[in-house]
Design a protein around this ligand. Structure first.
Ligand SMILES: NC(=O)c1ccc[n+]([C@@H]2O[C@H](COP(=O)([O-])OP(=O)(O)OC[C@H]3O[C@@H](n4cnc5c(N)ncnc54)[C@H](O)[C@@H]3O)[C@@H](O)[C@H]2O)c1
Length: 351
């Protein structure tokens, strides 16, 4: 599969370029970035462009869009008009309307849309999902998800935290992966009740914290928090509680805890899983080594998605859209004090 990368010179874009070169099933067709000299530096043997139409004139089957969210929509729409499959970073768009237009364009073109929720591939979170799917912890009773970091000092650019570019605050940033994680476990989220706060950083429209309850169509809840004043540092955690046990995944460091029992309250078998090779690798190199590995696995699944395969670990366009709708629903619920009901959109198929 011939794949081009837009935003190729960026922090994440460069990793995407490397993944495409490293994957035996993909070929780097071309790269594009507004900053031509930086695009040339990452292109290796592929052609580099700063002009979008000239980039799209290069023969390719799919494009990875690794730009900031606020410039993403026209790039996605043009890619679908050009008949390409699209894998884009999260968040899909800073607005619900924009995210819907991207999903609609993919459906109209009959092309695959993938959303870069790469934490699904972080080994502890992948293991957690597999444990739940295997039935080891019985029937899911509830889920707890948390994503947080220490706020504005974490960001390199204003577009990462100012609502006009980012869509909002903690929910749209570190929290969006955990929103997706709740949906990944629960299957769908159709009810959102929440409160967003804005007392710490005072960035207009960008919440510091979001505390919420999500429910799936069967009424199974997830307790959710995204935070920009976790003074302890970057942390993501998911716990799934079932009738016969629980499973926890957390990062960083990467860890699992699995508790299983043969009947509620029966003798508990506890298994802890550590990932020393990841901890060592991150200490010696960087967190980027874990991210790039996840992007590589995500790319392989995205290629399968373009072939119409279902049941993959990767997030499709509906996952990207629903995460945005949930973020907007928490803001609405904060204003009205009422839960917001959403339709069940399910998975996105290629027609
Ligand atoms: N999944 C993750 O773990 C993860 C982590 C960090 C960032 N992200 C997401 O990845 C995206 C990029 O983030 P980043 O940290 O790499 O940012 P970055 O600023 O390092 O890179 C963005 C690149 O896009 C280019 N660009 C901007 N507008 C463009 C346009 N209109 N056309 C072409 N190129 C354009 C910039 O020149 C830059 O090279 C964001 O959406 C961010 O939220 C995902």
């Amino acid at each position: 599969m011939r794949i081009g990368v837009i935003g190729a010179a960026g922090k994440i874009g460069q990793m995407r370029v490397q993944n495409i070169i490293d994957n035996p099933d993909t070929v780097l067709a071309a790269v594009m970035d507004m900053e031509m000299h930086r695009a040339v530096a990452v292109a290796q043997d592929a052609p580099a462009f700063s002009d979008l139409e000239r980039f799209f004139d290069t023969p390719m089957d799919a494009v990875v869009i690794s730009t900031p969210a606020h410039v993403r929509e026209p790039l996605c729409l043009r890619a679908f008009e050009r008949g390409l499959h699209v894998l884009t970073e999260k968040p899909l768009s800073p607005t619900v309307a924009g995210a819907r237009r991207i999903v609609d364009a993919a459906a109209k073109a009959g092309k695959a849309l993938g959303t870069g929720f790469n934490m699904r591939y972080y080994p502890a979170f992948a293991h957690m999902k597999d444990v739940v799917t295997s039935g080891q912890i019985g029937q899911i009773d509830h889920v707890r998800v948390y994503g947080g970091h220490d706020g504005l000092g974490h960001f390199a650019h204003e577009w990462e935290y100012q609502a006009e570019f980012s869509g909002g605050g903690a929910l749209w940033d570190v929290g969006i992966h955990m929103t997706d994680m709740a949906r990944h476990i629960l299957g769908e989220i159709t009810s959102v009740y929440g409160v967003a706060t804005n007392t710490v950083w005072n960035v207009p429209g960008s919440e510091d914290n979001a505390v919420a309850i999500f429910k799936n169509p069967e009424g199974i809840p997830a307790i959710y928090q995204a935070s920009w004043n976790d003074w302890k540092g970057y942390k993501s955690a998911v716990e799934v509680y079932g009738s016969l046990g629980m499973v926890r995944a957390s990062y960083a460091p990467m860890q699992n805890l699995v508790i299983t029992m043969d009947k509620p309250g029966g003798a508990a078998k506890k298994t802890r899983k550590f990932y020393p090779e990841i901890m060592l690798r991150e200490k010696l190199k960087s967190w980027k080594t874990t991210a790039i590995q996840s992007f590589g696995e995500e790319l392989a699944d995205f290629v399968r998605l373009t072939h119409g395969e279902a049941g993959l670990r990767c997030a499709d366009g509906h996952a990207g859209l629903r995460a945005i709708e949930i973020a907007a629903a928490v803001a609405e619920s904060t204003r009205t004090g009422q839960p917001v009901e959403l339709e069940n959109i399910g998975d996105m198929s290629i027609k």
